[in-house]
Design a protein. Sequence first.
Length: 232
Amino acid sequence: MISPNFDERPAPPDMIVLHYTEIDEAASRSWLCNPASRVSCHYLLREDGGWEVLVPEDKRAWHAGVSGWEGVGQINSRSIGIEIVNAGHRPAPTPFPRVQIDSVIALVADIRSRWRIHRAQVVGHSDIAPGRKIDPGEAFPWDALAAAGEAIHVPPATTDAPFNEADFRDAARTAGYWTDPIDGKQPELSALIDATQRRHTPAQVGSAPTGALTETLKLFAHARAAALLEPL
């Protein structure tokens, strides 16, 4: 089934955005293919590991919404969106079956083989829309994707340094996060903390931030910068 919710891209994609559906497969497909919903994605990836195309990669699917990365908005224009069937936070984060994660890895690798997309540009919805989205959530195994060479993950830093807002914002900006106004909006500090914790220190989601979060973002930024120099 092809979704009618797409239009033309202004340029080739250079990012992959991972989402979770929060509803079951049938309901996800129905919603993503409903003209009234005005939302879509390029791929719907099932719990059994199978996937299907809902929008061709060379078209712009409507999956990211108001979002930003590396100081640039309009993420739909530059990304390929993958919706992973998962119940999300209902009520706690739902684990992803290993067969499903193996398929995410395979699909990301397949997409990257066709486009100039660095592994540093494989992100989550919450990374590009702090405060508005929380998927794919803290149960998503970024370390597994990184181990397969399809994303970036760094172990959380350990330090007793106190949290400093200015240092944190600078580290988040360097790491790629949306910290300045994009599309007329700027993420609040609490939203940015939540988004970065969710990706990098999932055990700390909801806790008061420390200097360790800032140091983790610095490590992530360094790893991303190195990855962006890798040949495609």
